[in-house]
Design a protein around this ligand. Structure first.
Ligand code: SF4
Length: 242
């Protein structure tokens, strides 16, 4: 089984705990309006690697992982290639490497289950808080994501939920409370992270000749998430997980 891979990042520090080797899988069926990796959408491109070939790359960096680092598989949407990812994670577990799955929570649940069997942490993007916005801005359904999140809870895999703050689109208190309320349903939730919207991806859209749907929106300054993060934190602190 080979995986189609877009790229590798040898020492990442933002996609999960500690120092991580990050693998960006090729292919995604969503079309999120603020996607910063439109070059990963095409499911037919990317370079093919076997699990052994990827493992050989990872092993060079294993000494840097320390106590809490490891490997993150991101994308694109890694669950579209669940057979490859589950095979890779299984092998990583055999050698004691921490595995994190960075996903939008789409794809088939049976495949996701196979991946989650060997996953230590799920980073799931909850892109919008309503079905209407999911359909409009991502071309996907929030119900698929909720089903995936329920599966992570059933399988008791630690969960971080992430949400991008786009000024004048997702930065209302009402939206953050809805995102917090959805997140609070899951007893395996460890963290809700709000991330500021940036437009560094603009050159990729230009190179691909695709219109960037949020080109007219302002970036969110890092300070722009502070108040909303506090709101989410307070909401979650008042929830009792059963
Ligand atoms: S799920 Fe990720 S890769 Fe796919 S369109 Fe959305 S942001 Fe882009």
């Amino acid at each position: 089984m080979k995986g189609r891979i877009h790229s590798f990042q040898s020492l990442g520090a933002v996609d999960g705990p500690g120092i991580r080797y990050v693998i960006f899988m090729q292919g995604c069926t969503l079309r999120c309006a603020y996607c910063h990796n439109p070059d990963t959408w095409n499911t037919k491109t990317g370079e093919e690697y076997s699990v052994d070939e990827v493992l050989a790359k990872i092993m060079r960096y294993k000494p840097y992982f320390g106590a809490n680092g490891g490997v993150t598989v991101s994308g694109g949407e890694p669950l579209l290639q669940w057979e490859f990812v589950s095979g890779l994670f299984r092998r990583l577990h055999e050698i004691g490497v921490h595995t994190a799955l960075d996903t939008a929570g789409i794809g088939n649940l049976a495949g996701a289950r196979e991946v989650l069997l060997h996953t230590d942490l799920v980073l799931c993007d909850l892109k919008f808080s309503t079905e209407a916005d999911y359909l409009h801005y991502c071309k996907g359904s929030i119900n698929t994501v909720i089903s995936f999140l329920k599966l992570t809870e059933t399988m008791d895999v630690p969960l971080w939920i992430r949400h991008v703050i786009v000024p004048k689109l997702t930065d209302s208190e009402e939206n953050i409370l809805r995102i917090s309320s959805i997140s609070a349903q899951f007893s395996n939730l460890q963290k809700l992270q709000l991330l500021p919207f940036k437009k560094m991806c603009l050159s990729k859209y230009n190179a691909l000749g695709i219109n960037f749907p949020l080109g007219n929106y302002d970036e969110c300054p890092d300070s722009g998430i502070e108040k909303l993060s506090k709101l989410a934190e307070d909401y979650l602190a008042n929830c009792i997980f059963e």
